[in-house]
Design a protein around this ligand. Structure first.
Ligand code: 5AD
Length: 328
């Protein structure tokens, strides 16, 4: 079912009803279980120049880093949180790190751990996609960011709109599980544009989708724009769950920036079924400048507490394994 504007802009009792319906649908689909995935951010070099993102190439104030394979391998093999079943390897758009670090790391992790492997590396050549898949990654996270082509180019979002959508389709057609996403509350976003994100998501060959609240990022041209409304963002998450009961929908950590202290917990009450534990080494975390230098880090303890408090439990089955059984 396509969300209505009444749902997306609901308040009070109507909003509560929307969120509890979404929670109930997720519980029916996933039995109160949420997937736990670790994320490592392996490079903040980026050839893109998105107006909303602090890692944009025009940001000259950023100390750029590429992570070291051996350090990451040691961290993930020997020091990962016990509750994670999957790992997401994420990066600015940096083909160099894909070759030098990501591919070797996937090979190592496949050999040494049972973790399911997701990647979020931007648009790459087909040959690199193939190498990543052959190495053992199965899930590609590639957000379409913005459904309206005009706003997409105004925000200088990655590459071109057309190319981004083509890559999403191509990844799915070549056997990847694909998760996408969009930003709510972006400056210049009209009601129509926000709603068109659902229409687009529905037509794409996706297995999951996220909603990220716009955060006025440090060191970006939008740093003084207003923060997204948490209610609007949560309503979008709930509406997405109603539209696609079986999708994997994450509670993104930026929810806690949109509403410090409670945003994340509220996200778990809108039918989200995936949470992320940040494992990026702390010495480079601040330079992975998605939002603010001072990031709110979801540790395993915080996540497990939040999940338990919402009557949810960590999924015993990993995300990659789940997709496999569903496909079979
Ligand atoms: N606000 C919200 N989301 C953002 N992203 C980057 N910058 C921001 C911001 N200021 C999201 C984009 C990107 C992902 C890695 O982070 O959707 O795809």
């Amino acid at each position: 079912m396509m969300p209505t504007s009444e749902q997306i802009w609901s308040q009070g009792e109507a909003q509560e009803a929307l969120h509890s319906r979404a929670t109930k649908i997720a519980a029916e689909q996933f039995g109160n279980a949420v997937f736990l995935r670790g994320v490592v951010e392996v490079s903040n070099f980026c050839r893109e120049n998105c107006a909303y993102c602090g890692m944009r190439r025009d940001n000259r104030n950023l100390a750029r880093f590429r992570a070291d394979h051996d350090k990451l391998a040691e961290l993930i093999i020997h020091h990962r949180p016990a509750s994670i079943t999957d790992i997401n390897i994420q990066s600015g758009e940096d083909p160099v790190v894909v070759r030098e670090v990501v591919l070797p790391l996937i090979n190592t992790l496949r050999r040494e751990t049972p973790l399911g492997i997701s990647v979020c590396l931007g648009t790459l050549d087909d040959s690199l996609y193939t190498e990543l898949k052959n190495a053992g990654a199965g899930i590609y996270i590639i957000k379409y960011e913005i459904a309206d082509p005009a706003l997409y180019s105004k925000m200088t979002a990655p590459g071109t709109y057309k190319e981004r959508i083509e890559h999403i389709r191509r990844l799915s057609a070549s056997g990847w599980k694909v998760s996408s996403g969009f930003i709510s509350g972006l400056p210049g976003q009209t009601k129509e544009e926000l709603l068109s994100n659902f229409a687009l998501a529905r037509t794409l060959p996706l297995d999951g989708c996220s909603v990220s609240p716009f955060i006025p990022g440090d060191e970006t041209p939008l740093s003084s724009s207003p923060l997204a409304s948490i209610d609007l963002t949560l309503n979008c998450m709930a509406a997405l769950r109603l539209m696609k009961p079986d999708w994997v929908i994450p509670a993104v950590s930026a929810l806690n920036l949109a509403e410090p202290g409670s945003g994340y917990r509220r996200g778990l009450r809108t039918g989200a079924n995936l949470v992320t534990i940040n494992m990026t080494p702390s010495d480079v975390r601040g330079d992975y400048l998605l939002y603010k230098r001072d990031r709110f880090i979801m540790t395993e303890e915080r996540i497990l507490n939040a999940i338990a408090a919402e009557g949810l439990k960590p999924s015993r089955q990993g995300l990659a394994a789940f997709y496999k059984t569903r496909a079979g």
